[in-house]
Design a protein around this ligand. Structure first.
Ligand code: ADP
Length: 620
C-alpha cells in the first residue's frame, strides 16, 4: 500500500469569523453544555437528510447503516466524539459551511448589540448559523472526519484549534457520515463522563427521533410523541410524557394534540395540569411549553408560545418554520410565533369550552385551580374576549357553596324586568351572604354573582357588559330596583322620611356623601352604598393594598324607612324630644355599617355608644 503523505491544506477563517468565535467563547461560558445540543442537532439533521435521499436515490454509500448517533467518551484521554452515518460533507462543505458565518451582517449585528450593552446569549449565537463553533468553549482541539453519502465521494479530516486557522486533508474513510472529535479542555473534563453527557442529552435532546447512544447505552428514552398520530399514543405514554415536561408526578387533567400544515406548520402536544404545584399559582413554579424545531429543543419553557394567562400549560410545540436556535428577541416578535400563539390560544380555549359544556366537573376543577390566572385574559386578550367571558365562573347567592354559574346561565335566569347583571365583591362568600345590600335580592330571588377572587376586581372593569347587559355591583347607589308594595305600605310618609334624613345628614356632615331612603333594604335598618364615581368595597381594598395612602370614596348611607328603628327615630325627631338619642343612633347606624364594610378604623366609640344605649334601655 502506498503510504504517500497526503497534502494538508491550511485555511484562515474569514476575519469576522475569528471575532465571532472570540465572542462565542466569551459569552456562552455559563452554558458550555449547549455545544452538545448543537452537535447532536447537526448529526440529526444529517441523518434526516440521508433518510430523505434514500427515498429516491438507491445509489448511496452504505445504504444499510443504522440511523443513529453514537457518542464515545474517553475519560483518560479527555475526549468526546460523536458519530453519525448521515449525509456527510464534501471538501467544499467543510470550507464553506463550517468555516464561515452563515448570514452576512452577522458581525455587525453582534457589534451593535455589544455597543448597546445587550448580552450575547446562547440563543442569539445559534441564530447566526455558527452553532458548531460552540465546541470551542469546551475543546482545545477539534477534528471532523467526514465523507459524503455520494458513492464516489472522498473522505476528509478537518482540524482546528479555533485560533483563526483550520486545515483539511484527505483521509481514507469507508463509511459515509461524520465523526466529530473534541479534545476537551481541562476545565471541561466532565464532558468525558457518561453521566454528565447523558444528563445533557436528557435535557436538550431527549426527543431526537434517532437513538443516541452513549457508549453502549441508549441515552434518549422518550421518542417524539407529538409526531405520532393520536390513535397511536397510549394513555400511559401521554402520562409519562406529561411528567417529563411538567415535573408533575400526577396525571394531567387533559391534553391537546395538534398537527397543522398550511400557513404555519407545527405540531403541539400540550397539557392542562390538575392544579398548580403546591396548590397555589406562583409564576416561578409554572411550566410553559418547550419549543422544538424538528425534534430538537430550542427553548425550554418558552414563554412566548402562550399569553400570560395561559402560562400554566406545559408541553411541546415543534415547528420547522422557525430556524433552530432562534433568539428570544426573535421568537417574541416573529410572525410565525404570533401565528402559532394565536392558534394555540384558540384551540386551548375551545378545549376548555368543550369541557365546560360536556364535562362540567372537570372544567370546574380546572377553574378552581387556574381561574385566578386564567381570568386575567379578559382584560388582556381582546381577540378572544367572548370565548373568555363564556368561560368565567362565579359563585352566587343562587349556587351552593363551591358550585359555579356562568354569565350565560345568569342571563338565562334573569327576571323578566331585570336589565342588569348584579354582583357583589368581597373576600368570602359567608361575608357577602350577610351583606344588607343583598337582602332585596335574596327576597326577590334575583341572582347576584359573588366575586370572591381578588383577581375579579381587576377584570370587572374589562367585562363591563355581557350580552348587552351591564354588570353592576349591588353596592352602587343607582341600581335599578323597585321597592316592593309590602315594604312601601309600611314605610314612613315622605315628609317624615325627609325630616329624619335631614337630621341625619346634619349629624354625619361630611363623613358621608349623602343620606337617602333605601329601596333595597328588607331587614336591616341601614347600609352603605357607593355613588357614581366610587369603587366597590373589594376594589377599594385592592387599591389600599397597593397604595397605603389611598383613601376610599365617601359612601352614601341608605336607610330603611320601613324599619321600626328608623320609624321610631322619625317620631322622636318630629316631637323634637331627644336630639341626643337621634345623634347617638345615627352615628351608631353609620359606624355599624362602616364596620360591616370593613372600614371602621377604630371600634372604640362604637362600643362606647353601645354601652350608653344599653344603659338607657335598661334604665326603666
Ligand atoms: P447550522 O447547523 O446552524 O447551520 P453549524 O455551525 O452548526 O450551523 O453547522 C454548519 C454546517 O455544517 C451545517 O449547516 C451543515 O451543513 C454542516 N454540518 C455540521 N455538522 C454536520 C454533520 N454532522 N453532518 C453533515 N453536515 C454537518
Amino acid at each position: 500500500m502506498a503510504s504517500e503523505t497526503k497534502e494538508i491544506q491550511e485555511f484562515e477563517y474569514q476575519a469576522e469569523m475569528q471575532q465571532l468565535l472570540h465572542l462565542i467563547i466569551n459569552s456562552l461560558y455559563t452554558h458550555p453544555e449547549i455545544f452538545l445540543r448543537e452537535l447532536i442537532s447537526n448529526a440529526s439533521d444529517a441523518i434526516n437528510k440521508v433518510r430523505f435521499r434514500q427515498l429516491t436515490d438507491k445509489d448511496l454509500l452504505n445504504p444499510d447503516l443504522a440511523l443513529q448517533i453514537d457518542i464515545q467518551l474517553e475519560a483518560k484521554e479527555n475526549t468526546l466524539s460523536i458519530q453519525d452515518y448521515g449525509i456527510g460533507m464534501t471538501k467544499d462543505d467543510l470550507i464553506e459551511r463550517v468555516g464561515t458565518v452563515a448570514s452576512s451582517g452577522t458581525l455587525e449585528l453582534v457589534k451593535q448589540l455589544q455597543g448597546e450593552g445587550k448580552p450575547i446569549d446562547a440563543n442569539l449565537i445559534g441564530q447566526f448559523g455558527v452553532g458548531f463553533y460552540s465546541v470551542f468553549m469546551v475543546a482545545d482541539e477539534v477534528a471532523i472526519e467526514t465523507r459524503h453519502a455520494d458513492i464516489d465521494s472522498q473522505g476528509y479530516r478537518w482540524t482546528s484549534k479555533g485560533e483563526g486557522k483550520f486545515s483539511i486533508e484527505e483521509i481514507d474513510r469507508p463509511n459515509r457520515g461524520t465523526t466529530v472529535t473534541l479534545k476537551l479542555k481541562e476545565s471541561a473534563n466532565e464532558f468525558s463522563e457518561a453521566y454528565k453527557v447523558k444528563n445533557v442529552i436528557e435535557k436538550y435532546s431527549n426527543f431526537v427521533d434517532f437513538p443516541i447512544n452513549v457508549g453502549e447505552e441508549r441515552a434518549n428514552t422518550v421518542s417524539a410523541l407529538w409526531y405520532k398520530s393520536k390513535s397511536d399514543i397510549s394513555d400511559e405514554e401521554l402520562n409519562e410524557f406529561y411528567k417529563f415536561v411538567s415535573n408533575d408526578s400526577r396525571e394531567p387533567l387533559g391534553h391537546l394534540q395538534l398537527s397543522l400544515e398550511g400557513a404555519v406548520n407545527f405540531k403541539a402536544l400540550l397539557f392542562i395540569p390538575e392544579s398548580p404545584p403546591l396548590g397555589i399559582i406562583r409564576e416561578e413554579d409554572l411550566t410553559t411549553p418547550h419549543l422544538y424545531s424538528n425534534r430538537i429543543s430550542i427553548q425550554e419553557n418558552c414563554k412566548d408560545l402562550l399569553p400570560e394567562y395561559l402560562r400554566f400549560v406545559p408541553g411541546v410545540v415543534d415547528t420547522e418554520d422557525l430556524p433552530l436556535n432562534v433568539s428570544r428577541e426573535f421568537t417574541q416578535d416573529s410572525p410565525v410565533m404570533r401565528k402559532i400563539r394565536n392558534i394555540l390560544v384558540k384551540r386551548l380555549l375551545s378545549l376548555l369550552g368543550e369541557w365546560a359544556e360536556k364535562e362540567e366537573e372537570k372544567y370546574e376543577k380546572f377553574f378552581k385551580s387556574f381561574g385566578p390566572l386564567f381570568k386575567t385574559g379578559v382584560p388582556s386578550d381582546h381577540e378572544n374576549r367572548d370565548a373568555l367571558l363564556d368561560l368565567l365562573r362565579f359563585e352566587s347567592n343562587r349556587t351552593e357553596p363551591g358550585k359555579f354559574t356562568s354569565l350565560k346561565q345568569y342571563v338565562e335566569g334573569m327576571k323578566e324586568e331585570q336589565t342588569e347583571i348584579y354582583y357583589l365583591a368581597g373576600e368570602h362568600r359567608e361575608v357577602l351572604e350577610r351583606s344588607p345590600n343583598l337582602e332585596y335580592f335574596k327576597k326577590n330571588e334575583i341572582e347576584v354573582l359573588f366575586m370572591t377572587d381578588p383577581a375579579d376586581a381587576f377584570i370587572l372593569p374589562a367585562i363591563d357588559k355581557y350580552d348587552e347587559k351591564p354588570l353592576k355591583t349591588i353596592e352602587k347607589a343607582d341600581i335599578d330596583v323597585q321597592r316592593d308594595a309590602e315594604a312601601l305600605k309600611e314605610a314612613l310618609a315622605s315628609e317624615d322620611a325627609i325630616s329624619v334624613i335631614d337630621a341625619m345628614k346634619e349629624i354625619l356632615g361630611d363623613r358621608v356623601e349623602d343620606v337617602v331612603e333605601s329601596k333595597r333594604l328588607v331587614d336591616s335598618a341601614a347600609t352603605l352604598v357607593v355613588g357614581d364615581k366610587g369603587f366597590d368595597t373589594q376594589t377599594e381594598r385592592m387599591m389600599r393594598m397597593m397604595n397605603q395612602e389611598f383613601k376610599g370614596s365617601k359612601k352614601i348611607l341608605e336607610i330603611n324607612t320601613s324599619h321600626p328603628l328608623i320609624k321610631n327615630l322619625a317620631r322622636i325627631q318630629k316631637a323634637e324630644s331627644d336630639k341626643e338619642l337621634i345623634e347617638t343612633c345615627t352615628l351608631q347606624l353609620f359606624e355599624g355599617a362602616l364596620l360591616n364594610y370593613g372600614e371602621l378604623e377604630t371600634p372604640a366609640e362604637l362600643l362606647h355608644r353601645m354601652t350608653d344605649i344599653m344603659e338607657r334601655a335598661t334604665r326603666s
